[in-house]
Design a protein around this ligand. Structure first.
Ligand code: 0L1
Length: 251
């Protein structure tokens, strides 16, 4: 029997104190259901401290990442208001253990989505799309984790920044450039499941399987369009063709 609460407390402490922790899989046999239970308990610690759930994020949305982890399924994590960083704002790196940043597409839900409705059309529930970046910060020592570890750790979610919302549109095959100081990663939005809109369909499936509510106003981070870049005390900015730019400054 897995101690869900004890493991959630361990990950919560690692996040709050920016002190890494060994892989849970070193000492526990955890399956996917347990991992999502730990994630929910971890998010419960955050909401218990007054944070609100404001969205979800998808992970392992690139073929390269799936192959690296030996999986064929996306993972889903939860975003809270405390993770939001204003566009152009400063982010205190002392909050994190070993942060990295990724360029992303964000969608905004205009209506609740019922994942149990077989006729649900999540795309018609989205009213806006924006350039975005996600800060990931695995709580595990040396970034050494298994699939269930990363699910339990809320898929490494640590922060996010949104650019200007634009009307909902097809954002497939847009050029993406991420710069962190003089370092750069370039790619295309099609690295996100072949087309970022597929992340929305994958989300409905995950929400149904994991009984995860999808509410009007929530943000959906569709997944990384390039490999993650280490976030340092410099400006990090992402440009997505036709959508615009978003930035933060590590401080
Ligand atoms: O955003 C993601 O793809 C989720 C997994 C990130 C794992 C990591 O910390 O590298």
């Amino acid at each position: 029997m897995i101690e869900i609460d004890g493991l959630a407390d361990r990950l919560d402490l690692a996040q709050r104190t920016a002190a890494d922790t060994p892989s849970l899989a070193d000492s526990h046999e955890i399956d996917s259901d347990d991992a999502y239970r730990i994630q929910n308990a971890l998010i419960g610690r955050r909401t218990g401290r007054g944070e609100s759930i404001v969205g979800v994020k998808l992970g392992f949305t690139s073929k390269a990442k799936m192959a690296q982890m030996g999986v064929s399924d996306v993972i889903v994590g939860q975003l809270t208001d405390a993770m939001r960083i204003e566009d152009g704002g400063d982010v205190d790196l002392a909050r994190f253990i070993h942060p990295k940043i990724e360029p992303e597409i964000a969608y905004r839900l205009a209506r609740d989505v019922d994942p149990d409705d077989p006729a649900v059309d999540i795309v018609s529930c989205v009213d806006a799309v924006a350039p975005a970046m996600e800060i990931i910060d695995s709580r595990y020592r040396d970034f050494r984790f298994t699939y269930t570890d990363v699910v339990a750790d809320n898929t490494s979610a640590a922060g996010y920044v949104l650019g200007q919302w634009q009307r909902m549109q097809d954002v497939d095959n847009r050029a993406v450039r991420l710069e962190v100081g003089s370092r750069q990663a370039v790619g295309s939005t099609s690295a996100i499941l072949g087309n970022p809109v597929r992340a929305l369909h994958a989300l409905v499936d995950m929400a149904r399987r994991r009984a995860m509510p999808l509410r009007a106003g929530q943000v959906v981070l569709a997944g990384a369009a390039t490999a993650a870049v280490t976030l340092t005390a410099e400006v990090a900015q992402c440009h997505i063709a036709g959508l615009g730019r978003v930035s933060v400054r590590g401080a």
